[in-house]
Write a protein that binds this ligand. Sequence first.
Ligand SMILES: Cc1cc2nc3c(=O)[nH]c(=O)nc-3n(C[C@H](O)[C@H](O)[C@H](O)COP(=O)(O)OP(=O)(O)OC[C@H]3O[C@@H](n4cnc5c(N)ncnc54)[C@H](O)[C@@H]3O)c2cc1C
Length: 393
Amino acid sequence: MAASCDIMIVGGGPAGLAFACSLAGAGLDVRIVEQAPLEAIAGPKDDGRAIALNHASMDILGRLGAAQRIPEHMKSPLRKAVVLDGPSPYSLVFDSKRRGADTLGWLVPNHAIRKALYETFEDCAAGGLMTGTRAEHVRPMADSIAVTTSDGSVVETRLLVAADTRFSSLRRQMGISAFMHDFGRTMIVCDMAHEADHEGTALECFFHGITVATLPLADRHSSIVLTVPSHEADRIMAEQPQVPAEDVERRLSGRLGRMTLFGERHAYPLVAVYAHAFHAGRFALIGDAAVGMHPVTAHGFNFGLHGQHLLAREILSALRLGLDMAAPDVLARYDRAHRLATFALFHATNGIASLYANDAPPARLLRQAGLRIANNIPFLKDAVVSRLTATAR
Ligand SMILES: Cc1cc2nc3c(=O)[nH]c(=O)nc-3n(C[C@H](O)[C@H](O)[C@H](O)COP(=O)(O)OP(=O)(O)OC[C@H]3O[C@@H](n4cnc5c(N)ncnc54)[C@H](O)[C@@H]3O)c2cc1C
């Protein structure tokens, strides 16, 4: 006879772990299936990503008990974001002071978020965790879904939740199609030390063929994000450490003073994904499996946290009313709310990313005009800042 559980989450990344933590204490038998070994989940290595968390996300992590586990020196305040078009000094500025806030958000290393969520998951006994195990096949049944894992066992679950990356194999198996856009670009991320103080300011500078972003970290360090055509990525990754440091220093016109590469470089090909539905019978998508963002507007994990929070809220409310937590209307409410929160920004982000990757003269003119228009519409800047500083509901 197959084993059974209430909720199986496939993927023990940050979205899957946060979702399990959100359900802790509800009396549900929750299991996470994760293909990576336990060491990679319990003690994740630095993957170069500095995640810009907005106020709502920090709020959700705080309520779960995870934010408190992230060491203070790893939460670097983001006070200002400045967008520049090439070497032109004209800039579009988003300042936290505009809404009377101290910060727009915080930059936190991805591995620190993942570690904090794993520790929270363990401490609040949020469920079982099967590591080194891959979810291979799914078979929808009348009142459950049977999942076959790589060790040959079969588990029947009342609700299956996929948090298995933007290339989700479960999404495909459950017949949910997705919009996918390959930008033909790769992001190279690394840590650089610099002479000048960044003053909590993030810079996003768009040059011909390449974008340089600097995200302020502690102690005169910044996370540097280079977006380059994918065919150039291998060459740049193989360069001697001082080459990218000097290149960034030159492109920033010395704004941060002398730059020094610190640690390894990591490369991420850029593919954006948006699932055409976030649910099917007894099945839901969360995290990047639902919405896999281009990182330029730093929304991916913020959306992931928000989505899992919405789904958990619908499930807990159904349980309180004694209803089926995986009923179609419960999952449909989550789907609608998450779509409403993400759809417009997903497409706007893709539009911005494509415009800034395009070096044709009309696109360059449009970019320059765009910065000036955005700068002169105060309510637009207010809307962006208040969105970043709003707390979770
Ligand atoms: C360079 C870069 C910068 C970013 N910056 C930001 C930012 O500033 N702000 C922001 O909000 N977001 C940012 N993001 C996005 C953020 O990192 C992602 O949204 C987030 O990591 C997604 O988490 P997840 O749990 O959905 O997926 P993942 O982290 O991809 O985890 C999925 C897990 O599922 C497991 N898995 C997959 N298939 C199976 C299977 N069949 N069986 C078992 N396990 C499986 C995998 O091993 C993995 O552990 C950035 C991303 C990149 C690449």
